[in-house]
Design a binder for this molecule. Structure first.
Ligand code: AMP
Ligand code: ZN
Length: 464
């Protein structure tokens, strides 16, 4: 069992999913009005790491990440550029998925778009209305936060500061000004709108995550993720909406990622102190070095971003890669040799790697364990004191690192023509009823990220 910090309790807790081995995760996704910056990617890469970790620990993960394609920012951008909302949001949604791929992040099982779930959002508002949590004012529907007793449960806001009847229409606002928030905004000139029982209009930002998490994950699920800036008001309002409608607190573990900073300030679009992934690639930095940097600081600590930081991340990866190559080169020599000297130390460093990850994902300590392992193993290799067992331990820790951190150590991209050749070899093996070889070829391609599908029309392949 591992431990995870829960923002709801402000404590590190034992992780006990609702229906093991299943783990259902909802992640607040991007607002697709521009390229995501590297601060946003700290959050998204950490979410990817979390999912990989859970799979490594043999959980069955089902994850949903929404796409916010309607809110104040997307509408503003479409007006500025004088193009339709759809054109703006599709462009940046595609860019987001490309960037995720570049950073070796796996896609969620479902990426629902807000604009495709307006009915679910309207239904949720109707339930809230029926239960007496809402009121109408000047064509918009608001959530009366004083009617939800648990308001503040997540962000621990001081309820004394709540002004009865004061309202807020904008999607984001400060903790100091907890206000009744808008669920359904009455139509404004020049803005996209939909029909609703309260007239034409559009949803407020907070509504989509309550409606979509409920639709795909049910009334209660295991983990909800986002950056720390989302604790208030977004996630506080999500609890008010979901719990208001169902009477059930929607999330067992709230998982929040600390900010990435530049010169001590949060990286953000509004401050103008940001790099997109594309900016950094253009400067010649490698995606995996960026990924390593983003994961090297434990997620609950702030990460001060510098270009030098990417450079040293690159060197760290090189150190691991060189070790992998060395093991590969020297394996013949040690495959049959028994030698116990130094084996316990290696085992302990490997344990440190695993146990640090199990302690609320202490990636810095885990990497410490990995590098201590490598130093010790290199020194044993220098002295000719390696062995079969040490080879096994080395391969295990390296493949665990590759899997959980999502950083492949050797480039194993395979070209299309080579895939076709492999598929032909597999077909021939199957004709000969050499199923062992056929399976081995399928596995070999899978390791290179190529999935084979046997269809009535023959074999199809796709990249993962
Ligand atoms: P947005 O597209 O603005 O909705 O943000 C997407 C995600 O990035 C959210 O989970 C934010 O909390 C997160 N985020 C925004 N800025 C930062 C930052 N500087 N460091 C870490 N995460 C951030
Ligand atoms: Zn959200």
């Amino acid at each position: 069992m591992f431990k995870i910090f829960n923002t709801l309790s402000r404590k590190v807790e034992d992780f006990q999913p609702i229906a093991p081995p299943k783990v259902r995760i909802y992640s607040c996704g991007p607002t697709v009005y521009d390229y995501a910056h590297i601060g946003n990617f700290r959050t998204f890469v950490t979410v990817d790491f979390l999912r990989r970790y859970l799979k490594w620990r043999k959980y069955e993960v089902f994850s949903v990440m929404n796409i916010t394609d309607i809110d104040d920012k997307t509408i503003k951008k479409s007006k500025e550029e004088n193009v339709s909302l759809k054109e703006v949001t599709l462009k940046y949604e595609n860019a987001f998925f490309e960037d995720l791929k570049t950073l070796n992040c796996l896609k969620a099982d479902i990426h629902p778009r807000a604009t495709e779930h307006i009915n679910e959002m309207v239904d949720l508002c109707k339930e809230l209305e029926k239960r007496g949590f809402t009121y109408l004012s000047q064509g918009s529907l608001y959530y009366r936060i004083s009617s939800f007793e648990k308001y503040g449960i997540l962000s621990k806001i001081d309820k004394e500061g709540i002004l009865e009847g004061a309202r807020v229409d904008s999607d984001e606002y400060e903790k100091e000004s907890a206000r009744d928030f808008v669920l359904w905004k009455g139509k404004k000139e020049g803005e996209p709108f939909w029909e609703s029982p309260w007239g034409e209009g559009r949803p407020g930002w907070h509504l989509e995550c309550s409606a979509m998490s409920r639709k795909y994950l049910g009334d209660k699920f295991d983990i909800h993720t986002g950056g720390v800036d989302l604790i208030f008001p977004h996630h506080e309002n999500e609890i008010a909406q979901s719990c208001g409608a169902t009477g059930i607190e929607p999330v067992k573990y709230w998982f929040h990622i600390e900010h990435l900073l530049v010169n001590g300030e949060k990286m953000s679009k509004s401050k103008g102190n940001f790099y997109t992934l594309r900016d950094l690639l253009q400067k010649g930095f490698e995606p995996m070095a960026i990924r390593f940097l983003l994961l090297s600081v434990p997620y609950r600590k702030r990460l001060n971003f510098t270009l030098d930081g990417i450079e040293s991340a690159k060197n760290s990866i090189k150190r691991v890669e060189s070790f992998k190559i060395r093991i590969e080169e020297e394996k013949e020599k040690y495959q049959k040799i028994e030698n116990e000297k130094g084996e316990t130390e290696l085992q302990n460093f490997k344990k440190k790697f695993e146990q640090s990850l199990d302690e609320d994902f202490n990636t810095a300590e885990a990497l410490g364990g990995l590098f201590e392992f490598i130093r010790e193993a290199n020194s044993l290799l220098d002295k000719g004191e390696f062995s079969r067992n040490k080879l096994i331990l080395s391969n295990q820790i390296l493949s665990d690192f590759e899997y959980v951190f999502g950083i492949p150590l050797t480039k194993n991209e395979i070209l299309e023509e080579d895939i076709e050749i492999k598929i032909k070899e597999r077909e021939e093996a199957r004709k000969r009823k050499d199923f062992a070889l056929a399976d081995a070829i399928r596995m070999e391609l899978k390791e290179k990220g190529v999935i084979l599908e046997d269809t009535p029309k023959g074999v199809r392949w796709r990249r993962e």
